[in-house]
Write a protein that binds this ligand. Structure first.
Ligand code: SF4
Ligand code: SF4
Length: 90
């Protein structure tokens, strides 16, 4: 995805954040997501965010599937505020 609603994807602050303290390396998130966002760190045995801007804007499915609650996204109201501000600037 190069653009989302006319905004260059790289300018959009939407991607997962994984808490390494909570991640158990179960790979449930990676098995679901086929967008090459996530990668497995074999040494640490945890999942990392490799390509944040491959994440589908407003998707949060992997965070719902994570049994450890390790994946977070921006709050809906914060993202809406960002979008409003961005539109105001352009
Ligand atoms: S689903 Fe959660 S605990 Fe499992 S690998 Fe992904 S982030 Fe880690
Ligand atoms: S939110 Fe959706 S697109 Fe983004 S990494 Fe998770 S499953 Fe993949």
């Amino acid at each position: 995805m190069k653009e989302w609603r006319g905004i260059p994807r790289q300018e959009i602050p939407w991607f997962p954040t994984i808490d390494p303290e909570k991640c158990t390396g179960c790979k449930t998130c990676m098995e679901f997501c086929k967008n090459d966002v996530l990668t497995f760190d074999g040494e640490a045995e945890k999942v990392l965010v490799a390509n944040p801007f491959n994440c589908v804007v407003e998707c949060r499915t992997c965070s719902r599937l994570c049994p450890s609650g390790a994946i977070s996204f921006p709050a809906e109201k914060d993202f809406a505020a960002w979008l409003q501000e961005y539109r105001g600037k352009s």
